[in-house]
Design a protein around this ligand. Sequence first.
Ligand code: DC
Length: 226
Amino acid sequence: MEKKYSIAIDGPAGAGKSTIAKALAKEMGYYYVDTGAIYRTVAYFLDLLGISPKDADGVGRYIDELTVGIEYDETGKQHMIMNGMDVTDEIRTQDISQKASLVSAHKVVRDMLLDMQRDVAKHNNVIMDGRDIGTVVLPKATVKVFLSASPEIRAQRRTDELIAKGQKANFEQILKEIKLRDYQDSNRPIAPLKQAKDAVLLDTSNLDIAGVIAEMKRIVGEKIPL
Ligand code: DC
């Protein structure tokens, strides 16, 4: 089998991972795997059943009834399939962001999703983003980047994004949610959000999207011919 390249991008919510990963994947002809969407799908499924994301027994009891699928359409967009149903749009709410953060702390959830994520990388060149890609999912990734930015900058970006979409946005509320999610994702015992020892740290606080992409290309270009 031809050697596959993998680029792992980890970092907190709102650091710009998906924007950067998507752009780079398109340019390089790689698959973009948004692993947060997988946890969101689990959270959405349990939410529909009325199971609290903190309820370890409930999560353990119902998780086997869920089949998660990842599909790509002709534009390369990732779709999330929950028991045969496309839930790609439904999982993009603030409520599900929080619930995904809580649900992802359970071992049974992480165990169930690990092989599925590794499998995509085994058969394809991938850019995968999440919280534990460089540390747990793909410890041998060709390139590892930890993307960060201050909570205030991340909250401001999210606020601007929502306003640009014509939606309501409260900066203080968004900042509070970002800090809570940072705390939860970084302090769970299993696969917490942290920079892998061999990851390159890229602080995007003072960079625009073009600037981050240029930096990413420089980092990636050191390991993979572009
Ligand atoms: O990247 P995101 O905001 O869509 O992720 C939603 C939540 O899923 C995040 O707060 C924590 C969890 N997650 C995780 O635990 N591990 C990953 N690799 C990706 C996401």
